[in-house]
Every structure is written in C-alpha cells, then in structure tokens.
Ligand binder design. Structure first.
Ligand code: CP
Length: 304
C-alpha cells in the first residue's frame, strides 16, 4: 500500500489513520517498538522542516531509523528513477519522497518494491491533510459536520484537503481566485462536488459566516524573493490575493479558528497579528504531523 494521494484511500482508511494518530499522541510509549529495526529512506528534491523532522523523529520514536537523502547528493539525479527506487527498496522498508512533480513520484512508485509515501509534490500533500484532519478532530471532538474554509491559491495542500474532507464528512469551501497550474485536478473537483460537501465561492465574508476553521497557505513562492525576473509575477499575485488575506478584520467577522500548514509568509496570505493570536492553531497542526505520520508509517510498514 502506498500514500501518493488521498484520492485512492477509502474513508475508512483515512478515519482509522487519523484516529490512530490521536491514539499515538495520547500513548506514545505503547508504540516504542512498533517499527523496531525498520528503515525509512527519505528523498528530498525540495527543502523541508516539518515533513523531514516529523518523519525522522517519528521513525526513531517507533524504534526504527530514517535516512535523509538530499536529491542532489544521490545518483537519482543521473539515473532512471524507477531503477533507483527499486534498488532503494532492497535497503529500506519504506520510501518517503518530496518530489517537485507528481509524475516523478509515479515513476518512483513504478520501481519501488516497498511502500511509498508522498511527502508533498506539485499536486498533493496528503500527510499535511491527515495532520489537519487530526487537528480538527482534536478540537471539535469529531470530524463529521465540521466546516473548513480554505482561502488563497488552489494548490497541493488545498487539493489534499478537498479529497480528505469530502471523504470523512467535513464540509469544505474553497475561496480560491486562482489554481496553481500543476494543481489543476478536474477529476478531484468533480468527485468532491458529487459528495455535496464541497463548495466554491469568491465571497469570503459569506463563506466564513458559519466556518469552524479558516485555512490559508502561501501564494508567494520562494523564487519571488530570490529571482528579480519573478518580481512582476509576485506583484500580480499580491494584487489578486491580498483582498483574501486573513487579518484581524476578517477574524472579527467569524468565530473560526485559523489554520496554516506553515511556513507562513506574514504580511501576505496572513498577518503576523493573526498568526500570533490564540485563535491560530498552526503549531498544533505542525505537531500533529508527527503523530499522524507515525500512524501512516505503522499502517504502511507495520506487520499487522
Ligand atoms: N507544511 C510542510 O510540509 O512543511 P515543510 O515544507 O517544512 O515540510
């Protein structure tokens, strides 16, 4: 079993994993030998704080071990992805990969002989969405009936939230004026619409009226700050998305808690004031990545 996208996971698999994450958080010592002697290979084409640390610490806490592989220091750079993934499978019990392109992740999956976990690609971020569902469940005491409003650019995080929420009874409203090119997924949108739990609107005030959670993610890429040629695109995005910024004025119109997958670009999609407010649960979301990813590892690498 792999975790490339939650689109292929059943509601039961998603619910059981989130529930297991809550159990692991409550009783971490019970799982100290769950993956004793096992190794997770972690391949990164992009930088990471949460995903890397949560998987590495998670493996240690489960009695196993993780190897960090920076893409640029491996021969994945030179070789056929499928071949390298097959070889890696002969050393490790599981592979977690953060790839730029979902298509490359599928190439890895074609060669891998052990479970493969998507640590974020251009289309999906399933581990983030599982941690987010766990946070919603922890706060609300249940998932069913919760209402999450996602505001900003339609991206990998938003896609995984749409897949996850609509499978487990969480209403999700997307206030997304634009889709980030590679994240376009008509099949996902059609399936989500068919559940009756997915809505799209550009009326932020209307959407947040009965929201329990108000979620945003960055719409400025790191390159916008490093590459002078990206200045025009950065300015365009600022024009398009600033009206959807989560700030104190927006918070006054809703009782919703604020969620963010981090890292946040304060002053752009969200203000520093909102991130520092007691209504922001972003750090709890980040912590829950550890617990839920341990649940994912046990489900995929465990012997049960
Ligand atoms: N949210 C998230 O995946 O964080 P990192 O990019 O730091 O892993």
């Amino acid at each position: 079993m792999d975790l490339l996208t939650l689109k292929t996971w059943t509601p039961e698999e998603i619910l059981a994993t989130v529930e297991e994450g809550l159990e692991v958080k409550a009783h971490p010592r019970r799982y100290g030998e769950a993956l004793k002697g096992q190794t997770l290979a972690m391949l990164f084409q992009k930088t990471s704080t949460r995903t890397r640390c949560a998987f590495e610490v998670g493996m240690t806490q489960l009695g196993g071990h993780a190897i960090y592989l920076d893409w640029r220091s491996t021969n994945f750079l030179l070789a056929d992805l499928k071949d390298e993934a097959q070889v890696l499978s002969r050393y490790a019990d599981g592979i977690m990969a953060r790839m730029l392109k979902h298509e490359d992740l599928r190439q890895l999956a074609a060669g891998a002989e052990v479970p493969l976990i998507n640590g974020c690609c251009d289309r999906y971020h399933p581990c983030q969405a599982l941690g987010d569902l766990m946070t919603v469940w922890e706060i609300q005491g249940k998932l069913d009936g919760a209402h999450l409003v996602y505001v900003g650019i339609r991206n990998n995080v938003c896609n995984s939230l749409i897949a996850a929420c609509t499978k487990v009874g969480v209403r999700i409203t997307a206030v997304t004026p634009e889709v980030n090119g590679p994240s376009e997924d008509a099949e996902l949108v059609a399936e989500a619409r068919s559940t009756g739990l997915f809505e799209e609107t550009l009326d932020l005030n209307g959407a947040i009226r009965d929201a329990d959670f108000l979620y945003t993610d960055t719409w400025v890429d790191m390159e916008f700050f490093l590459d002078p040629e990206q200045e025009a695109e950065k300015e365009r995005r600022v024009q398009v998305f600033t009206p959807y910024q989560i700030n104190a004025k927006v918070l006054r119109r809703t009782r919703a808690l604020v969620m963010h997958c981090l890292p946040a670009h304060k002053g752009y999609e969200v203000t520093a004031e909102v991130m520092a407010s007691p209504r922001c649960v972003a750090v709890d979301q980040a912590e829950n990545r550890l617990h839920v990813q341990k649940a994912v590892l046990m489900r995929l690498l465990g012997n049960e």
